[in-house]
Structures are given as C-alpha cells and as structure tokens.
Design a protein around this ligand. Structure first.
Ligand SMILES: Nc1ncnc2c1ncn2[C@@H]1O[C@H](COP(=O)(O)OP(=O)(O)OP(=O)(O)O)[C@@H](O)[C@H]1O
Length: 259
C-alpha cells in the first residue's frame, strides 16, 4: 500500500470517529512572552493522545486554558462539540463533569478520608447524580478499579505516593468522565510504581472506554500508552505521529525528546 493511500485511510478512519476534544489555533501571551503560538489538537473517542514538551513549552498554560482556569487570547477549545470559551459558569461546570483530571500533585484533601475524598466530586456535581441515595457502590467500584478497595477509611497520610496517585485516579473516575486529562502521571514516582500507574492507565482506558490526553516528559509512559503523539515546541505543534514514527525521526529537535 502506498503512503498516500495510508494517509487517506487514517484520515477516513478518524473522520468516522467522534471528536471528543478539539483545540484550534490557541494563542496566549504574557506581555512579550508568546507562550502558545497557534496550538492545535484533536482527540478522538477512545484514543490515547500524548503531548510531550520541554519545560516551559506551554503545557501547563494549555491545560489551564483547557480547564477554564486561564483565558486564551484567541482560538477555540471544543469539548464534545461545545466551545468552552463561550460557555457560562453553569454550562462550564456541566461540561467539566465529562472530564476527569489527574493533577501532578494528586490534589487529595489531607484532612479527609479516602471515602470523603471520593465523595467530594459527587457532592460538587450533585446534578449529575440527582437520584443517588447511597454513594457506597460508586466509591467501591472506583476503588476496585484501581485495586485499593481496602483503603476506603484511611487518611491520605497513610498512603504511599503510588497509592495516592491511584486514589486520585479513582476520584477522577467516579464521575464516569468521557475524557481523562493526565498531567505528568508518573512524575515523582519510582520506576516500578511508574510502571504500575502506566499499566493502570491502560486498564482503566479499557474498562471505562475513556479518551485520554496525557501530558508527560516520560518516554516510557509515552511508549506504552500513546496511540498518537504531539511534540510541543515553543507553543506550537512541532511534530505529530505514532511513538515509533517520532522515535525514528532524523530531525534533531524530535530526536532530543527521545534521548
Ligand atoms: N500566569 C503567568 N504569568 C506570566 N507568565 C506565565 C504565567 N503562566 C505561565 N507563564 C509563562 O509561560 C511559559 C510556559 O509555562 P508553562 O508552565 O506552561 O510551561 P510547561 O511546559 O508546563 O513547563 P513544565 O514542564 O516545567 O511544567 C513560561 O515562560 C512561564 O513563565
């Protein structure tokens, strides 16, 4: 099969899939510091898309724009077809229930038990769970999916770093999100725990059929979880492709990502 046919097949396959997230020409500057310079992204249903970028390349700024914590100067961000830059607070809150976040620092509440940490999003998004009288089945299901059902009454201080990461993932999953956003999921973890988290991400993807956007520096993580990758350089898409395609590139800037 020739390359043109290949590209046509991939384009056809993608056009038949549902677009979960679409970022078009996103721009953000702080004075003369032009951080995002026309960043584009398409995340399709069920896909694992990895974004790699060096420190300072604009990953966090992109995430903040995506979750509505920062306003972009221009460009559009569509979550399941809705432009979040044009939504009011209530609409934005509703669409947020479709996105699960796994933040770098886990963001667990130290003064709450594991159960209370998991109940928090259920209480915050009451509307989605209007008819829910007993939270236990949802909490048990989320904890079982990360292999930590026995920790339900523990405090975060009683958990290891890897366990905290799993609980944070369970807390993201409890809302049954359609999209999961992972921000440096393996940062601060030892190699063995990193491997476990990567494996868990794959399992969760299968069980919950989520679409995932994964921001990472970790080449091993990208190799295992990515179906497609975008390399972010100076706030724009420098290169895109599968891990194998990018890892075998002759371009010096691309090679630097895989060293
Ligand atoms: N609120 C802000 N005000 C001014 N400049 C900012 C602000 N937030 C980010 N920047 C600038 O934007 C640029 C990109 O920062 P960003 O945090 O997005 O990088 P990053 O790719 O996430 O890096 P890292 O991998 O180290 O977290 C940096 O030059 C930073 O100083």
């Amino acid at each position: 099969m020739n390359q043109t046919q290949n590209i046509l097949d991939v384009t056809k396959e993608q056009s038949e899939k549902k677009l979960m997230l679409e970022i078009v020409d996103l721009r953000k500057s702080f004075g003369n510091n032009h951080v995002l310079n026309g960043f584009n992204l398409e995340l399709f249903e069920g896909e694992n898309l990895v974004i790699m970028g060096k420190s300072g390349s604009g990953k966090s700024v992109m995430i903040k724009c995506l979750v509505g914590l920062m306003q972009a100067d221009s460009g559009s961000i569509k979550v399941m077809g809705k432009d979040i830059t044009k939504l009011n607070r209530v609409e934005l809150d509703n669409i947020r229930t479709e996105i699960g976040f796994l933040f770098q620092g886990n963001a667990l509440y130290d003064s709450m038990t594991v159960r209370e940490n998991l109940e928090f999003p259920l209480r915050r998004h009451k509307k989605k769970f209007e008819n829910l009288t007993d939270t236990t089945p949802l909490i048990t299901e989320a904890l079982e999916s990360v292999g930590l059902a026995h920790t339900v009454n523990l405090m975060p201080s009683e958990l290891s770093g890897g366990m905290k990461k799993r609980i944070a993932l369970a807390r993201a999953l409890i809302l049954k999100p359609k999209i999961i956003l992972y921000d440096e999921p393996t940062s601060g973890l030892d190699p063995i725990t990193s491997k476990e988290i990567i494996e868990l991400m794959r399992r969760v993807q299968k069980q919950y059929k989520t679409s995932s956007l994964i921001i990472t520096h970790d080449v091993d993580c990208a190799r295992v979880v990515s179906e497609r990758m975008i390399l972010l350089v100076d706030g724009t898409n420098y290169a895109e492709g599968t891990f194998t395609e990018l890892a075998s590139s002759n371009d010096e800037q691309v090679k630097a990502f895989f060293k």
